[in-house]
Design a protein around this ligand. Sequence first.
Ligand code: ATP
Ligand code: MG
Length: 476
Amino acid sequence: MPPGVRRAVDPHLIKRFISRVFRLGASSQPIVVPREKHGLGRERISSGSRKVCEVLRERGYQAYVVGGAVRDLLLGLEPKDFDVATDARPEEVKRLFRRAIVIGRRFRLVHVMFGDETVEVSTFRAPSAPEPEETLEGETHERDAAPDHQVDAHGRILRDNVYGTREDDAARRDLTVNALYYDPYSEAVLDFHGGLRDLERKSVRMIGDPRGRFREDPVRMLRAARFAAKLGFKIDPKTRAPMRELAPLLENVPPSRVFEEILKLLLSGHAATSVRQLRDDGLHHGLLPLLDVIVEQPLGQRFVQLALGQTDERVRSGKPVSPAFLFAALLWHEVLAAWAKAEKKGAKRIPALYQAMDAVVDIQVSKLSIPRRFTAIMKEIWSMQPRFEQRSGRRPFALAAHERFRAAYDFLLLRAASGEVPEELVQWWTRFHHAGEAERTTMLLAQGPGEPGRRRRRRRRRRGGGEGQPPSAPAD
Ligand code: ATP
Ligand code: MG
């Protein structure tokens, strides 16, 4: 690629052109690697995806298992799900299976169901067709008004032709290790971009020119970090080089897409490593706005690491995790800082907490579009924290009976583990939680007026309920 030419005229136009030519050039014939060389037999492919490929093939279509499943199987990992790519159009795919639905608006996919398994079948996509998340939740106004191919001022793709050839489909994928095609019929792996070599080298490498690919879709930077952490790979130096500079482009991506990708990263079972990777590369500022500031405060950093470590452990042992709990943890030190600030400005303790929660959530919703169903729970968890300091009268009973008690209590455990509140407070609540009515009452009686903890005794009359209750109805 001649760099001089690129800088001469409109850089984005030229870059787009060159990246297309580059990718068309790169997507020549694949290397076909037989089973004897890679060892992956069709019996390791899920029965649903095998069936889909078989039916499509019988009808004269091409059909391959693609993406993460092939990568993970070759690495000896358990794939999360099996995706199939084909030259059949979505309507044609749907017609061939009894339980199949077409999803997505502009880039349509078919979900084929067999018992518990859902196989996602996508038609070979043109190099610059949008990602499914964008199709489902993206900016419709841009798409509806746009001609066939459009990029924004930074080179991000807004609209393009949708379908392409098998070679196009391989070239539009992000990483070389994600562009391996497995044919269950011949048991061959088709390698278009050196993915097998990169699997051996343990290298996360973008297909094509990394700079251009990141400009087209900045979310790919997050994906590169996520896969490096998940697979224990290194990001190839050429792929990594432009990341720091281009990180701010993530701000132009619809927040819903960034949220989806961050959620994948946080729930991957490798969140702690992913975040460390982003931080070591100096990428957390632009890439993970919610980790700005937080990770630089010693208490906050410990708290975040504990929360991430705990989440990873749960994911790896197959336990359910609550994204709302995790986001509440990641943002807790933001809330603490805003809370202290509001109190300094003269707000009373609990109203100050509510102001802080609203401020933190508003910022994150605009940056990340955390769905309301999560922010509502986050606010509940946060607002219950001061109530743990009240250990006399009827209040502890009311708190222990709260439907969100368990989450709020787990959150208190994290706060204690990070050194924010005394262990003694946690021990008291653990005992109270498990105790019967009689024991609970003696525990309360044991508390004198100068009870431990950070409780402030205050007599105050307020409309709208007692301490720990919202001074007014919460925003969501
Ligand atoms: P996971 O195990 O996390 O599901 P995956 O590789 O299957 O990993 P998905 O997010 O499910 O990842 O995406 C499926 C495939 O679609 C990827 O393997 C990749 O080839 C392609 N892909 C996904 N997102 C992008 C993107 N932003 N740009 C280019 N290709 C993408
Ligand atoms: Mg996948």
